[in-house]
Design a protein around this ligand. Structure first.
Ligand code: FES
Ligand SMILES: [Fe+2]
Length: 322
């Protein structure tokens, strides 16, 4: 994982008021909860007293209460009450505090700050310039037994399209890979497929190619957008569970019609098209070894893997910066 980043980890709608949800993300077992007033809290899912899962407890006001002996913890992980010691107790409870994590919400997504809290930034990564409330969207999720780096690379891979998706988005036997051109600007890595039927011509170099109107965009650390047309986009956030598992949240965005309910219907069906394509990818990506990708993996990459090489380089740089 790259440290000191906001990771998209879960849809906001997954946690209702007064509900606690146990989630594993970024190799951490977390108890995420929402208080009566709608605010989120996130603490380690392990009580400081005798190790029970806090996620099995209850939300009490702004606090989370352990199911075992009912110790209470606030959003800062501070222990606020120990019933066994009685209401009148004035003893210092600092040693019972639990680890808390910074969480924020925007765009219907819960973000978790992974790293040093003092370095947390205001900005939450998202494609704000491309989608807004005028779009309808519909979301599906799927679990992949893969490291999130492999899932992301798959979404930047223009070489696999005519093979893995031969009967869907890759129809037409366009196996020859021109470029692709890759850019990295304002934290967005951008590329576009420029594939052709192989009639014996020499592929164009990345320099001879341009970024097309339909293009692929990736924003560190874990969110991706397929700009299909001005009115249709697909956004995926890849929530890292641990070193071998990722949950993909895939959104189909649409504003083809002036009428919201029609856009809702299109988005609803659009997500099933996404699902067919995503399942084609998953079948192959989960077999990749090693589970995580890396710049020095020894894989024999092709010119057409340019976007993947760029992703690996930037990822490496970001990892070494912290
Ligand atoms: S284990 Fe949580 S209160 Fe005892
Ligand atoms: Fe694919």
């Amino acid at each position: 994982m790259i440290l000191n980043q906001w990771y998209s980890i879960l849809p906001s709608k997954s946690i209702k008021k007064n509900q606690i949800v146990a989630v594993r993300r970024l190799n951490l077992d977390l108890a995420l909860y929402r208080s009566e007033n709608g605010e989120l809290g996130c603490v380690v899912d392990q009580c400081s007293h005798r190790g029970a899962a806090l996620s099995l407890g209850k939300v009490k006001g702004d606090c989370i209460q352990c199911p075992f002996h009912a110790l209470e913890f606030d959003k800062n992980g501070k222990c606020t009450f120990i019933p066994a010691n009685g209401k009148s107790s004035t003893a210092d409870m600092t040693r019972y505090n639990v680890k808390k994590y910074l969480v924020k919400e925007a765009n219907g997504i819960i973000y978790l700050w992974y790293g040093d809290e003092e370095k947390a930034t205001e900005y939450l990564p998202f494609f704000y310039d491309y989608v807004d409330n005028s779009y309808a969207y519909s979301e599906i999720e799927d679990h992949w037994n893969s490291h999130y780096s492999r899932c992301i690379e798959n979404q930047l891979d223009v070489v696999h399209v005519p093979f893995v998706h031969y009967n869907t988005i890759g129809r037409g036997n366009k196996t020859l890979i021109n470029g692709p051109k890759v850019e990295y600007e304002n934290n967005i890595l951008r590329t576009s497929a420029n594939n052709e039927v192989d009639e014996g011509q020499t592929p164009k170099s990345p320099e001879e190619c341009t970024i097309k109107k339909t293009n692929l965009n990736f924003m560190f650390p874990n969110i991706w957008m397929n700009y299909i047309t001005e009115k249709i986009k697909v956004i995926i956030y890849f929530a890292p569970v641990d070193d071998e598992n990722t949950i993909l949240y895939i959104r189909f965005y649409c504003k083809i019609s002036k009428m919201r309910f029609i856009n809702n219907i299109i988005a609803f069906f659009g997500k099933f098209a996404n699902k067919i394509i995503e399942r084609q990818d998953k079948k192959v990506v989960i077999t990749q070894k090693p589970k995580a990708s890396s710049l020095k993996s020894g894989e024999k990459l092709l010119v057409g893997d340019g976007p993947i090489i760029m992703y690996r380089k930037i990822r490496e740089e970001l990892k070494s910066k912290v």
